[in-house]
Design a protein around this ligand. Structure first.
Ligand code: GDG
Length: 466
């Protein structure tokens, strides 16, 4: 087998995020991909973030260190229908089992197909015979089929960053049959958890996709054999540990800690998204203050929630809902020298963020559904092992499959979350240390490099075997 290092890795995702000085990108996919490309380099292809009135645009290539960033602009109307429309008003809610948010328009699906075909054409012009192609996420499901139609024979893998829904949810998606057939055009399909893999397998049903599921994670379909397996994404453990130690000495982190005036800090960091369960989280925190009155004036919740997908109605609505929640809870419980919730509707730089994690007694991660959730992993890694804080984690996040030593709660049950926080803030040091060490061990074993290596190896060995 050719060593992966000898072959160029091409990563494809909807949006290419050029690294910024302060590392402020808020989004798991961008954080994960940049970290995965850091060591061995490669090419990252996708949308530049620019909109145009033209239906076609030239590829722009920029090199930074060992990574080439190849980007295209997208037609403004296509972007609205493909990204805000089919991707984020149909696929995102269904993958998160939030069917009330599903809103389908035929023109959205048409644009989804058009943009995927444009991506394939533009990418094909950059490819060399030895390239390994790794496509990311639900925006680009048809890409392998489009590339094959364009005569591309390179190994092509796909990783899904969000949950894969069960058939009963998936079949609510107009076009789902096409999506299932398109997924089978990849050589390797990767999911975060066994639950997602099982859901995918059970969706392969006659007559949509006649498939034979084998015991070795291979699936035989009419066009050949593919591998479908579990590749839980990890984090860059060394980078986060170094950042959190460094940030701990910085002025901005010290100022934040001083401002707590000795109170315990509970931290939440999430893109402002309805899947992250922020409304439910604020109500659970209110329940904590009611049910455990001694927490009043003794804890502070800092919720950092940078806005995303602005212009999609559900996202604008959740923003105003959270403003109301935090205003009401603060009005109800605040005293002249204490505000229960510090709600920041903006992103902060990565380094101070890791410093805030290190100083937080509780990491509160309570999505109502999440593919994995990198914040949960980053929070654990950023802790001081001698005196670690405790993670309170939703059972509905993929991360709960690995971080079984966290305090696991049901995000829909306010008492479960309130009791979980109460348990975390009073947990004895020995128990915190033990649980932290167990979780850190898991995260070190399956860090971001292990994730990339396992996936690329699976892709290469499958092609070598075939
Ligand atoms: C998708 C899936 C899956 C957040 N706010 C700030 C900030 N962030 C960073 C976090 C973390 C990333 O963004 C968020 O990643 P998550 O995994 O928590 O969530 P999604 O964006 O929904 O990611 C998810 C992931 O893809 C990877 O596969 O885990 O399930 O939904 O790295 O630290 N970073 C900075 N400032 C912020 O304000 N600097």
């Amino acid at each position: 087998m050719t060593e992966p290092a000898d072959r160029r890795l091409i990563i494809v995702s909807n949006r290419v995020a050029m690294p910024r000085k302060n590392g402020a990108s808020a989004g798991g996919l961008a954080v994960g991909i940049l970290a995965a490309l850091k060591d061995q380099g490669g090419l990252w292809f996708g949308w530049s973030g620019k909109l145009t009135e033209k239906s076609d645009s030239d590829v722009e290539v920029v090199r930074r260190d060992n990574i080439e960033f190849a980007t295209i602009a997208l037609n403004e109307s296509d972007f609205e229908h493909y990204y805000n429309g089919y991707s984020n008003r149909v696929l995102w809610p269904v993958c998160h089992y939030l069917l009330d948010f599903l809103h389908f328009e035929t023109e959205d699906f048409d644009a989804y197909l058009r943009v995927n075909s444009l991506f394939a054409r533009k990418l094909a012009s950059l490819l060399q015979p030895d390239d390994i192609i790794w496509v990311h996420d639900y925006h680009l499901i048809p890409l392998a089929a489009e590339l094959r139609n364009a005569g591309i024979d390179n190994p092509i893998g796909f990783f899904l960053h969000v949950p894969f829904p069960t058939f009963e949810a998936l079949r609510a998606v107009p076009g789902y049959e096409y999506l299932l057939r398109s997924l089978c055009a990849y050589d390797v399909l990767g999911f975060h958890t066994h639950r997602d893999l099982t859901a995918f397998r059970t969706c392969l049903q006659e007559p949509i996709v006649p498939a034979q599921i084998n015991g070795d994670n291979t699936i035989r379909v009419s066009g050949g054999t593919l591998v479908a397996d579990v590749f839980p994404i990890g984090v860059d453990v060394e980078e986060i540990q170094a950042l959190s130690v460094e940030a701990n000495r910085s002025k901005s982190v010290r100022r934040m800690v001083d401002s707590l005036d000795g109170r315990q800090l509970i931290i939440g960091v999430d893109r402002l998204d309805y899947s992250k369960g922020l409304h439910q989280r604020f109500l659970s925190y209110e329940r904590l203050l009611e049910k455990y009155p001694n927490t009043q004036n003794n804890v502070t919740l800092m919720q950092i929630a940078p806005p995303t997908r602005v212009g999609v109605r559900a996202y604008d609505e959740i923003r105003s809902e959270l403003e109301q929640d935090s205003g009401r809870i603060n009005g109800r419980f605040a005293s002249s020298d204490w505000v229960p919730i510090r709600y920041l509707n903006k992103g902060i730089s990565r380094k101070p963020l890791m410093g805030f994690f290190r100083n937080a007694d509780v990491g509160l991660v309570t999505p109502v559904r999440d593919g994995m959730n990198l914040v949960a992993k980053e929070y654990i890694v950023a802790q001081d092992p001698e005196n670690p804080g405790m993670l309170v984690l939703s059972s509905l996040a993929g991360a709960a499959c690995e971080l079984t030593d966290a305090v696991i709660v049901n995000p829909h049950d306010r008492d479960s979350v309130a009791d979980g926080i109460a348990m975390a803030i009073t947990m004895p040091l020995d128990e915190r240390r033990e649980r932290h060490a167990a979780m850190l061990k898991v995260l070190k074993m399956n860090d971001i490099t292990a994730w990339r290596t396992r996936f690329v190896d699976a892709l290469l060995s499958h092609r070598e075997a075939g």
